[in-house]
Design a protein. Structure first.
Length: 256
């Protein structure tokens, strides 16, 4: 699988904050490719999280350490001030830890498809099955279908899923299954939009209220007709929602 750039210095407007996009689990920074052409007026950073993408050989150090790693990598690319932060699924969990540990670095945040409800018996059994089938191509193909990914995106998703180390998957899944919103996230007082896909899991939809309890300024919305990885499923909708949010409003196509 070819490397995908981590930094995209395409920004044509120096007055706009850099945009940092955090990918989901069992994916990598390439999942943000549909967003790049829509945000050519900004510098966009798409870091790989430890254990994924170009960093697949690294250990998963835990969400707190991953959040610190994100801020360190962004700073290492010359971004000293606040940035706009977007996270999907595992990226949303990481983004919450960034808000908790580095609230002064985030100008605005958009979190989507965040699984924050502690896992029940059904999800824990599913996670065990996922670990057992980690090296089976048909499992990742089935996952891509469940997530509603377009045909031209599925091969990449499958190949990357097969590349993830068992140790990474096990450590990451255990932390996700524990659930919870870090109480320190209340330190972040800036704009926060939390979204779940209409066809996402019930646990993800219930997680919207968990975010709002800790950060009362949260705008909670549902993306009609969307599954989990909807930035790829419907890039036009996602890009429009994100553009509207960065301009200070909530896209009216989202359901309150």
């Amino acid at each position: 699988m070819s490397a995908f750039p981590e930094v995209h210095f395409a920004g044509t407007d120096a007055t706009k904050r850099p945009l940092v996009l955090l990918h989901g689990g069992n994916a990598a920074n390439w999942m943000w490719e549909p967003q790049l052409s829509a945000f050519g007026d900004r510098t966009v950073l798409t870091p790989d999280l430890p254990g994924f993408g170009e960093r697949v050989g690294e250990d998963w150090p835990g969400l707190d350490a991953v959040a610190d790693d994100v801020v360190a990598r962004v700073s290492g690319h010359g971004v000293a001030g606040p940035f706009d932060l977007v996270g999907l699924s595992l990226g949303a969990l990481t983004a919450l830890r960034v808000l908790a540990r580095h609230p002064d670095r985030v100008g605005s945040a958009l979190l989507t498809s965040a699984p924050l409800v502690p896992a029940g018996v059904g999800l824990r059994l599913y996670c065990k099955m996922q670990l057992a089938l980690l090296r089976t191509r048909w499992f990742w193909r089935a996952q891509a279908s469940v997530f509603g990914l377009p045909e031209d995106s599925r091969a990449r998703y499958v190949e990357h899923g097969l590349s993830v180390r068992r140790e990474t998957e096990s450590a990451m899944v255990a932390e996700v299954c524990a659930g919870g919103v870090p109480a320190e996230a209340r330190r972040y007082r800036g704009p926060l939009l939390a979204i779940a896909g209409e066809k996402d899991s019930a646990a993800v939809r219930r997680s919207l209220s968990d975010i709002a309890r800790v950060a009362p300024q949260t705008c909670s919305r549902v993306a009609p007709g969307m599954h989990h990885i909807w930035n790829v499923e419907d890039a036009e909708l996602f890009n429009g929602v994100l553009r509207t949010w960065l301009e200070g409003a909530v896209d009216p196509r989202l359901v309150g």
